[in-house]
Ligand binder design. Structure first.
Ligand SMILES: C[S@@+](CC[C@H](N)C(=O)[O-])C[C@H]1O[C@@H](n2cnc3c(N)ncnc32)[C@H](O)[C@@H]1O
Length: 233
């Protein structure tokens, strides 16, 4: 069972930061009314569903997590969802747009995933990708995670958070990373984002309790650098 199987049911209501990023990516992509779209690492499908409203083309969501895919299928039966790793994506020249929000940092093999995503696009198809960039998180967040991982029940869920997320040092390194896989960069930017979280917005009780302990008023400011990338095949 993957990390995200355990949290899939709560993910949708707790993923406000990711939804904000998805909305920005959506605007940057300028989706055409007949575009065929693949949502890479689609989670529980709420963003895939939003994408499906923007096009009459075919929309597909894929994710590594069985829990996420089961939930997406139950919520949006009219959309095709597949449980498959981005690295193993087996589509060739099928999509006008590959949408990938808040997931690159989790991929075991980002190079393999990017090569598969590139292949899945039609000629001149576009990739829109957003993900946390450096630094992956602030020291207090690291303290919360290490505190939380002391809890035996929670430990498996956060096990690979301890390992820093995949990230590259600079915007130019990201540009070179995508271009190495054949993409022509149309837009790249790293935004500094600050989000004010309340303990009540935390995924689970241990995180909630830890936020309360670490902050004075039960609120905590999360600092993120977030990459937004649009590239063309
Ligand atoms: C933070 S969630 C983002 C979900 C959705 N894209 C969103 O913006 O709300 C990260 C997702 O990446 C998925 N994931 C992680 N590694 C993956 C991989 N190698 N291939 C496909 N999906 C993966 C997880 O299962 C999870 O659903």
């Amino acid at each position: 069972m993957s990390t995200f199987d355990r949290i899939s049911e709560k993910y949708r209501e707790k993923s406000l930061v990711q939804q904000k990023a998805a909305a920005k990516l959506f605007d940057l992509l300028k989706i055409g009314g007949s575009d065929d779209i693949i949502d890479i690492a689609c989670g529980p499908g709420h963003i895939t569903n939003g994408l499906s409203k923007a096009t009459n083309g075919k929309v597909t969501g894929i994710d590594i997590s069985e829990g996420m895919i089961e939930q997406a299928q139950a919520l949006y039966p009219e959309i095709e969802f597949r449980k498959i790793e981005a690295e193993d994506l087996d589509c060739n020249d099928m999509f006008d747009i590959a949408f990938c929000n808040s997931a690159l940092q989790w991929f075991d093999d980002p190079d393999m995933a990017l090569a598969a995503i590139f292949n899945s696009l039609k000629k001149t198809g576009k990739l829109g990708l957003a993900c946390p960039a450096t630094p992956s998180w602030s020291p207090w967040f690291g303290r919360i995670i290490s505190k939380v991982t002391e809890n035996r029940e929670i430990k498996p869920t956060f096990s690979h958070w301890k390992n820093p997320w995949f990230h590259l040092p600079t915007e130019n390194d990201y540009k070179l990373f995508f271009e190495k896989h054949g993409f022509v960069t149309i837009f790249i930017d790293i935004d500094h984002e600050q989000t004010d979280y309340s303990a009540e917005e935390a995924f689970n009780n241990s995180v909630k309790e830890e936020i309360k302990r670490q902050s004075r008023d039960g609120r905590i400011m999360v600092d993120f650098n977030r990459l937004y990338y649009i590239g063309r095949k």
